[in-house]
Structure formats: C-alpha cells, structure tokens
Design a protein around this ligand. Sequence first.
Ligand code: PGD
Length: 829
Amino acid sequence: MKNKTMTNEAIPLSRRRFLTGAAALMSVPLLCGLWPKSALAQAISQALPQFVALRQAQQGILTGAHWGAFEALVQDDRMVDVKPIQDDPAPNELITMAPHQVHAPNRVKYPMVRKSWLEGGPLNCKPELRGRDEWVRVSWDKALTLVSEQITRLQKEHGPQAIYAGSYGWKSVGMLHNSRTLLHRLLNLTGGFGDYSGDYSTGAAQVIMAHVVGSMEVYEQQTAWPNVIENSKLVVLWGCNPLITLKNSWNMPDHEGLAGFEALKKKGTRIISIDPIYNESARDLKAHWIAPRPYTDSAMIIGIAHTLLAEKLHDADFLKSYTVGFDKFEAYLTGKEDGVVKDADWAAAICGIDANTLRELAREMAKQRTMIMAGWGIQRQHRGEQPHWLLVTLAAMLGQIGLPGGGFGFSYHYSSGGSPTARGGILAGISAGKAPKNAPASIPVARIADCLANPGKTINFNGARVTYPDVKMVYVAGGNTFHQHQDTNNLVKAWQRPQTIVVNEPYWTATAKHADIVLPATTSYERNDMEMGGDYSQLYVFPMHQCVPPQHESRNDFDIFAGLAEKLGVLEAYSNGKNEMQWLKGMYDDMKAQARDARVALPPFDMFWASNNYIRFPIPEQNKQWVRFADFRENPLLNPLGTPSGKIEIYSDTVEKMGYDDCRGIPGWMPPHEWYQGPQAQKYPLSLNTAHPVNRLHSQLDNTPLRKKYAVADREAIWINPDDASLRGIADGDLVRAFNDRGQILVGAKVTPDVRPGVVRISEGAWFDPANPAEPGSLCKNGNVNCLTFDIGSSSLAQGNCGHMAQLEIEKYQGPALENTAHAVPVGA
Ligand code: PGD
C-alpha cells in the first residue's frame, strides 16, 4: 500500500492529457506580464519553439533516464516500447530497454527480510549467511518498523557514526526521487550518519587537481565544442572511449558531445588514441592508435615532456608566467634530481612504445594547436594522481592552455563536457538538509570495505588523518556496492561486520542479495519527476511523467523514507507537508524565476506539466566560443586559479608538506602495486583493463536482453589478443576462467587484435554471482571483474580506487557446466 501522504495515486494515462496540454499552450503569449510585448514574444520564441513543435509528433509519455529522454508507449498499464525525442542528435539504443527495466522478472516485489536476521535480530543474525540465506516476505509496516527501530537504537547506543549511509551510486535521474539525497534527508533529521567523500569515477584526479589547478577540474566545463571543431588541429584521446561513455550522462544526456566528435570526424581533424585497446571511438573516428602497456601512462608522458625540453619545443614564457615549480620538474626530467635521465628511451622501456614514436608525438603536439582529451581510467589506478598532474604539466609545456582549441580537457568523454552552456534556469533538487553538529567525519568512498573491517583504524587522506568509525548499520539506496567496489571477495568478508544492512532497490542485485532488509523501490518510470538535460549545457528541462503504476508492492524512495520518517516522528520536517506534485511545482517555479532573470520566459508549471513536453533553453552565441582558462591566460593576476600561488602548480608546496612518499610535491613515475614488470607478473602475466561497458551503465541494464549483444557464452566478455589466446589454446567463444590470488571469474572469449598483447579487457558491471556463496573466492559465474581487482587506495593523498588495474592469468574453462544465476531471484523471494 502506498503512503497516501506523499504521492499522487498512479494516474491512468491517456491521450487526454496531451490534448489538455495543447489547449493550454494556446495561452502562452499571456505569460509573464512583466516584460514589454516584443521582448516577451522574442523570449518565448527563443524558449518555446521545440515546446510547441513537438506537440504534433508526440506518441507517448515523456520521461527519460541516464541514457536519454524518450517517449514511453504504454498499453494496459504496461510499457511496451519507446521513441527517442526528435531533438536528440544521437539517440541511444539503451532507451529501448526501459520496458524491460519496468517489467524485469528479477524485480524486488515485496519488502523482504533475511530469515536469520528476522529470527535472531541484529545481534544474532548469522551475518556469514548474507548472500545465501532464505528470504521472508513481510508487510511494509513490519519492514519500516524493523528499520526505524534499528535507527533509533543505534543513534541512542552508539551515535551517528554507527550508521554508514554514504550510499554511493548512480541511482536514476530525477531531482525529487533522488534516493541518496532522500536517505540523507531522513538521517539528518534523525541524528546524522556516516558519509563518504570523493567518488569512484575520479577519486584520485579530483583531489590532486585541486592542488594543481585549484578546482576538481574533472567536472568543469570544457572549451566549447564549436571552438574545438574550429581550432583544434590535433586531438589526443588519452585513455578514453568517448563514443561509448557519452551515450549516458549523470543527468539526462544532450548527446552534444557525440555530435562534436562526429563534426571532428567530418572535418578530418587528426585524432590520436592512446589506449591499450583499439576501442570503439578510435575505430569510428579513424584515429591513429598508440597502445602503451597498461598503467604506464605517467612514464610515457614524462618521455614526451623530456623530448619537448631537450628539443626546446616547450613554451618557456608560458611556464614562467602561468606556472610554478617547472624548475623542479626539469631537474626531475634531466636526472639532476636522482641521476636518472627520463628521456624517450627511458620511457619506452617502461611504456612499451618505441622512443622515436614518443619523440614524434612530442613534435606533433608542439607544432600545432593540440587538445589533449583525457579519460579517467588512467587515474582509477594505484598512483592515479600522477597521470593527470603530468598531463597538465605537459599541456603547460606546450603553452596552449587558455587558447582556442588548445590545452587539455578532462571531461570531453563524460556527460558532454564542452556542450555550450545555455541561458535559462537550473532545477535544484530536493535537499539533504543540514547535518547535525556531531555528524562523523567522512571516509574516502573507496575505503568502505577497509572501514567496515577495521573500526578504529586511522589512515592518511589529503593532508588529514581519518579514523574509521565502528559501523553497525549500512544503508544503501541507489547504488550497487557489490558491483562498484574492488576485491569483491574481500568485500564479502567485510560486509559480515555490520549488524544490519538495508537496501532500497528495484532489483535483486548482488547488493540486495547480501542485505538483511530489502525494500522494493520503483523505477523512475513509475513516478513523476523532473530532470535537467545536458550536465554542462543545462540545455533542457524534462518532465518525467509516470508511465505505469508502481509494480508489485514497490514504493518510491520518497515514500519509503516518508514511511520511516513517520515512524521516527519527523514526517512533517521530511516532507515539508508537500506531496510529489507540490514538490515538483516548487522546483519548477524556482527554476522559472531564474530563467526569468535570464530573460527567458517559461510557461506556468501546470501548463508545462500538462503539455507532456520539454523546454530547450537558448544558447548565447558567445558561449559557443567559450575557452577554458582563457580569462586566466588573459590576466592571471585578476583571474587567478584557486591554488595557493594562483597559478598552475607543477610543484605543489602543499602536497610536498604533507610528506607522503607515495605522492610528492612534483608529479612523476611511480611503479604501481601490480603491473607487467612487477613481481606478480611472473604468475599473472596479463594486465587487466576494466573499460566501462558498451551496452550498460555500470551494472545497470545487465539484467536486460541487451546483454545478448555483448555476452559471450552467456558470460561477460573478455577481449584477448590472438597471440595470448593461442598460447593458451583459447578460441573465440570459449568459456574462460580468469583468475589471480584474489578471485576467479567465468568469462566468454572474444579473440581480437583490438587489444594489445599482454592485455585483456573485461568491462565493469557484470553482477556478482558466486558458484558457491559459502566458499569465499569461488568462481563468479557471470564475470564480475571486481573479483580480480585490488582494494588499496591510490595513495595517501587521494585514497582513490584502483578498479582499473590488476595482473591475472586465464585458461580455457573445462570444469562442470555452471548455470548463470546472476539475475535470478533468491530463495524465498
Ligand atoms: P550502478 O550500476 O549505476 O553502479 O557504481 P554504481 O553503484 O553507481 O548502480 C546503481 C544502482 O542503483 C543499481 O543497482 C540500480 O538498480 C539502483 N537504482 C536505480 N534507480 C534507483 C532508484 O530510483 N532507487 C533505488 N533505491 N535504487 C535505484 C558505479 C561505479 O563503479 C562508478 S561511478 C565507477 S566510475 C567505477 N567504475 C569502475 C571501473 O571502471 N572498473 C572497476 N573495476 N570498478 C568500477 N567501479 C565503479
């Protein structure tokens, strides 16, 4: 039963609402009497052409996902098909999976409690049975009572540090039904909770960049695409696969980045892809492929930097005016510091790229306008702070930072960085509220397993010391810890420490299967919401109309937490007395007021909502030519960076003073924990690449038919070079066991020259499915790559995750037939 206080009952949807919207739109010119008529007409025509034009073409209910906005076609309360919106320059096939998401056979149908937890309570719950116990169906009231009792007990007995509710994850789009924020909102009202800092995407880069350029950089707006298309003569894709990763966005994608790359291709701009894999983007963009050994990018960049210096191709004036500490880096390059000359030959011996190629690359970059577009995989590694710091240093030596089409960009592959910023308003979502004064300090996000297993342990983190709390309860809403975290078998053990684990989920993911209490959450297609389109452009405002009623007994996260708020006596403060549509109207009205200040007129909320249409804001011409760091370059005194010196810090005194031997004051090459020249390579000669998947978003959609497109022998695919495959008697399509000391997984062989010899690619995101959950380290039957990765922080500085690396071995699988049960529902559910 739904909580009546919060959400409108599921509305039977019909074409009637579109007609209402159409009629309502006729009154558009009556809006906003504040403006002179001509200005109003102009503003409306700027803001509303799509709003009006789309009406004719509509067939379905407008909603969307991380993979794009679309119209859902619904028959008899079932979503049966989808249709992309007409503005999307590159509609994404993933949207076709929406009907399967809603009607997936492995939906969590009812509130469920793990049998031993129900019988023994939190103190005698047999935590070792997590992941293999039976499940018992309970009523919503019972489930909410059980969860709220634990929150009350733990706050009273141990305080907020006992409840870890960081709940990292990509959840679904939507500014109201933001599961993580709602969880935090509830817990901030009921005593506080333990949170995390950083993220799994850019854990290392975002911390070091703040010291180097004074901002996280990885999430900053990039030099606008039209400017890049016009001015860049050479684009270097360093460790990224943008044509794949740009399909999805944190908000709803505008897909303008894909249009940007298409334009580069049409223009014939030279593109170089530096990646151990000849990835989909390199192929499509006809890029020149340079394939270094994995995890050696730092050495490669240093070799290029040395060539620039040795051949006097570096821009000494830029370095003098806009950076600090190049003298120290120069001493490092020339060996004055440690007696080792780090020239191209030195680098070649590490990165496996011929020294002449490195020298040529340096010359090519120096002779023309060059944009270095780097991905994040190269920093999701041990010593992952170094590559991005070195790339900034390299770009500074080239002296093109702040010039049209030149410099570096660390977000062209993500959420359409560089899509020009529109003028209008921004939707602010529901807030998490204020943390109470005694809220515990955050832990670095990727140290969660270490934290659970080692309460009281103290670690370094960005110049501070962090002591792990004694976590007794974990609450996850909108994340998949058993996918995202490294060394899954270690996580299984650490996960046995807390007394209670609660998960709000639409599906029986591995995280849900390893919980004690699972609360069934709706998908975003079962509720009303709104979202911006274009993370960097803020180009669209999309309504997300409820397409079908909540499935089974699932509830919206908003309602789940409202139910808990009621039990905990904070319902009024949690809901502000507003229901779903009232919240949405409030958000829209705030956004509309901002748009009005920016001289863009919008229709009133009721009209917007009834129209089943979206808003597309105008893009000012000057924003199409925006250049990152141009203002700094123009006047570094008036527009300093946020670093202590106000300049680019090739040497960071702040970092140096932290005294870490694993991240010093200047960037450099540090051999990682595991690599092809390390001791582990004797036993495990292959280097792992855990690319982001082509037909999924992390673990999302692994349980849909799209999987047939990429699964091999019904398992996650492993890309193997023909030399490595034949050495081991492995043929295309074979079942393969991939293993190291941490774990073993079953994968399906794709034998291809598109991967460098000595390297294998297994995408992240396949659901964990141990053959024998009672035996730690047993074969994962679905190919969850994190069974092989290691769980060590990138360095004392950032403590980022190292999900992108591991040494391993493979062999043809010859064991007994094993059914893949990753997407099956557990016993009792
Ligand atoms: P998702 O698969 O998006 O992965 O890790 P993350 O946990 O974000 O999981 C989101 C979960 O939220 C899904 O289970 C989904 O069903 C659930 N969900 C969706 N909508 C809702 C909702 O409305 N309510 C509720 N309650 N739940 C919902 C991603 C993380 O993985 C990231 S960001 C990165 S960059 C890392 N990448 C790698 C990597 O490259 N390599 C490795 N080896 N490991 C990685 N892990 C990291």
